[in-house]
Design a binder for this molecule. Structure first.
Ligand SMILES: Nc1ncnc2c1ncn2[C@@H]1O[C@H](COP(=O)(O)OS(=O)(=O)O)[C@@H](OP(=O)(O)O)[C@H]1O
Length: 222
């Protein structure tokens, strides 16, 4: 379920690493569980483990995210209803089914409000899923700044792979070969009618606006 776009990483400071795998004081512990961001109990539990945890969330246009999510489910379960059947309670009235997970996950502001009951906004960093593709080094630069790390990953670590249609790593440390993400990342999405996309854009607009205002960043999803 296009996890990358709603993945949430937690970074535990050294003094509070008791419940995480052991690391040296010069290291940070990173853990990635995409579903945390949309799980009600997660902020309270993580906060009780370490209230100074840093949180990284990758977000993308919620409409594209929903289609990506559906495309991934469809690849595993080809018999599911169509996207339109799942996305609407009543399509002609434009009544979106916000209880369908693929739709609900993209209502980022609702999830964020839950996190903000336990963490300061300054403890959170939002990565643009769109820019992660168009400018991976820029996005990774901001992640490194947020983590208080030297900018070690830069432009020279990426190249654009035309076959894959995505940026790939030139040469990871563990190998002498370039490395792209796997086949399941960057699948061709199912075709969705323009009208349906517009209905969903309309549905998400107020949630997006409130999300942008809250995080102080405009992700330009219109
Ligand atoms: N460099 C690079 N290479 C390939 N794919 C990239 C890359 N950067 C970001 N993306 C986007 O990652 C999306 C899938 O990642 P996920 O974490 O959601 O996948 S998964 O849920 O763990 O399977 C995937 O979403 P879809 O395009 O919807 O498949 C990609 O758009």
């Amino acid at each position: 379920m296009n996890d990358l776009y709603l993945s949430l990483s937690t970074v535990i400071p050294p003094a509070e690493k008791g419940l995480m795998p052991r690391t040296l004081d010069s290291q940070i512990t990173l853990e990635k569980t995409p579903s945390y961001f949309v799980t009600r109990e997660a902020p309270r539990r993580i906060c009780s483990m370490s209230h100074e945890t840093k949180l990284i969330v990758v977000v993308r246009n919620p409409v594209t995210r929903a289609i990506s999510d559906y495309t991934q489910t469809l690849s595993k379960k080809p018999d599911i209803p169509t996207f339109e059947e799942l996305a609407f309670k009543n399509k002609s009235e434009g009544l979106v089914d916000s209880s369908w997970n693929a739709i609900r996950i993209g209502m980022y502001i609702l999830h964020l409000e839950n996190w903000l009951q336990y963490f300061r906004l300054s403890q959170m960093h939002f990565v643009s899923g769109e820019r992660l593709i168009t400018d991976p080094a820029g996005e990774m630069g901001r992640v490194q700044d947020f983590l208080g790390l030297k900018r070690i990953i830069t432009d020279k670590h990426f190249y654009f792979n035309r076959t894959k249609g995505f940026p790939c790593l030139k040469k990871p440390e563990s190998s002498s070969q370039p490395r792209c993400l796997g086949k399941s990342k960057g699948r061709t999405h199912v075709q969705i009618e323009r009208e349906v996309i517009e209905q969903l854009q309309e549905f998400y607009r107020p949630f997006n606006i409130k999300f942008f205002e809250t995080v102080g960043q405009d992700f330009k999803w219109d």
